[in-house]
Design a protein around this ligand. Structure first.
Ligand code: ADP
Length: 535
């Protein structure tokens, strides 16, 4: 605060901006930041692994989400603290790049922060810790490359891919159906994959859900799904080799746009008007038939009489289809959207191998399946489930499985899960620490210990004795020099993750280590936190 005078000599007080702010410096800043990061990691720790717990989150308008997905949990948590936001960002970037391992990356970062705190307490400068972590992460990433294995599969033998997706799904709420969901995810990815360029455009896979039925009823549709039905119940429910007219103009006689009045004073006049309308409509139907359309999909409606006529003339039709869906149908079937009736020509029709209507349950719910489309490889995964929460969680889990399959098509290397890769890296990093003469070696050892926290969390969450289990597995790996031993979370009776078929992708694991190290380094390098005291 300072006292000053204006040009008339009147005193006024200047409140410096700094006075409204709080400030933390040096070691206090680092400690506070580490505490915030650890707090976020602690929340996710219990969700890691096949026996991990789920979280229930309530949104601002009262909607409830139950999930096991790290990115989804953090996304919905309303965090104020800036460092906590960094952790949310961390999980998001893992989700964006890889799609899986979003819980693991935060648990890893939390463990690195915890170890860093110990090093700071010992009096080691944060920069030394950050540098040590950087060196250790390089060792770990290289070691992962060394212990990774090539994973062979092709379009006819995709069983190995299914197994990897099953590992991802086994830690989710939907693990009851992991086999069928994994198969669906792999088939969907293979359907849209460009195996020569080794790339997959996941945008071509649409994931839709509808409440009702069982999770087991979830299916893969080689085409698209529209939440609509045929306009008349007596129209055919199945059309093979469909030629589709996609219309955005109303299927009815044109109406004057301004106000108008029709004077009808005799029955004859009314009759002629009616006939004329009918004839007009008849011509429209004829036009569609002439160009060869066997199905009409219309953005607008038509009245009951027109509907009846369509049924009579054997031209199935779907009405009130939304603009977005219409576009999707046009893209997939290679058709053109026709805004004016006169412009309808045979080459503008979309083509699909099969269009069928399917009804669900005892309700009147019907959906239209447009399959084997001419132009596109687009597929749809149609999820069924008892309630909306289940469907949403299944969507998130399927997303993870799709990402894993895509990653394997991009890069065929895998490492073993259940903490096996982390334990192997921990041993390698610990051994490398001795080679560094400087203070960094403490940080490198700390990094090795942080790596142990992932298998430890897996053991803890599965109800095992964490330290005992970890040390047993570690000594087994060391003794036999085999990096496949991990935590037997499901109590199968063997620690060999090869036998249990628990894989993870190499790029996913490497990304986890790199991202976690990056964020922790960033947090350690902050030595001044200036924040508004109102918050
Ligand atoms: P994330 O969101 O990080 O993928 P998950 O909750 O899916 O977190 O847990 C993934 C961890 O669980 C990985 O370390 C994986 O290796 C491990 N895991 C998955 N299935 C098994 C299993 N059957 N046995 C042991 N570990 C498993």
């Amino acid at each position: 605060m300072a006292l000053a005078f204006d040009e008339f000599g009147r005193p006024f007080i200047i409140l410096r901006e700094q006075d409204q702010k709080t400030r933390l410096r040096g070691i206090d800043a680092q400690k506070a930041n580490i505490a915030a990061g650890k707090a976020v990691a602690r929340i996710l720790r219990s969700s890691l692994g096949p026996k991990g717990m789920d979280k229930m989150l309530q949104g601002p308008d009262g909607d409830v989400t139950i999930t096991n997905d790290g990115a989804a949990i953090l996304e919905q948590m309303d965090v104020d603290n800036q460092i906590a936001k960094l952790m949310v960002e961390l999980s998001r970037s893992q989700d964006y790049e890889i799609g899986d391992g979003t819980t693991g990356v935060v648990v890893m970062a939390g463990a690195l922060l915890e170890q860093a705190e110990r090093q700071l307490d010992r009096g080691i400068h944060p920069i030394r810790v950050a540098e040590g972590y950087e060196m250790a992460s390089r060792v770990a990433v290289e070691h992962l490359e060394r212990i990774s294995q090539k994973f062979e599969f092709d379009v006819d033998n995709f069983e190995p891919l299914v197994k990897t997706c099953m590992t991802t799904l086994s830690s989710k709420i939907v693990n009851r159906c992991k086999r069928s969901l994994a198969e669906i995810a792999v088939k969907a990815v293979l359907a849209v994959a460009d195996l020569e360029r080794r790339d997959v455009n996941l945008d071509l896979i649409k994931v839709e859900g509808k409440v009702g039925g069982n999770l087991e009823d979830t299916e893969l549709i080689y085409g698209i799904l529209v939440d609509k039905d045929m306009s008349h119940p007596q129209m055919p429910k199945q059309i093979e080799d469909a030629h589709i007219a996609i219309l955005t103009c109303p299927f009815e006689p044109p109406k004057p746009k301004t106000k108008h009045k029709v004077d009808i004073d005799t029955v004859e006049k009314f009759e002629t008007l009616r006939k004329q309308e009918q004839q007009y409509f008849d011509e429209m139907v004829q036009k569609c038939k002439d160009v060869g359309a066997t199905l009409v999909i219309c953005q607008w409606g038509f009245d009951d009489e027109a509907n009846h006529l369509l049924m009579h003339r054997n031209l199935p039709a779907v009405r009130w289809v939304g603009g977005v869906e219409l576009e999707l149908i046009a893209i997939a079937t290679g058709g053109r959207i026709v805004p004016r009736f006169q412009e309808l020509t045979p080459e503008k029709l979309g083509k699909a191998g099969m269009v069928r209507e399917k009804s669900f349950g005892t309700t009147k719910e019907r959906m239209l399946y447009i399959e084997h489309c001419a132009n596109s490889k687009a597929v749809t995964i149609f999820i069924r489930g008892g309630n909306k929460m289940m469907i949403e969680e299944t969507k998130r889990s399927i997303h993870d499985a799709l990402c894993v399959a895509r990653n394997l098509i991009r890069n065929k290397s895998i490492v073993y899960g259940g903490g096996a890769a982390e334990i192997a890296c921990s041993l390698a990093v610990d051994a490398a620490a001795d080679k560094y003469p400087g203070v960094e070696q403490y940080a490198i050892r700390a990094f090795a210990e942080a790596l142990d926290s992932v298998p430890m969390a897996l053991a803890e969450n599965s109800g095992l004795q964490p330290i005992e289990t970890l040390s047993a597995v570690k000594s087994q790996q060391l003794k036999e020099n085999i990096p496949f031993y991990g935590i037997d979370c499901n109590d199968v009776g063997t620690n060999d993750m090869r036998e249990q078929n628990v894989f993870e992708t190499l790029i996913g694991k490497q990304q986890q280590i790199l991202l976690a190290t990056q964020v922790v380094k960033m947090i350690l390098k902050i030595d001044d936190v200036i924040s508004n005291s109102e918050y």
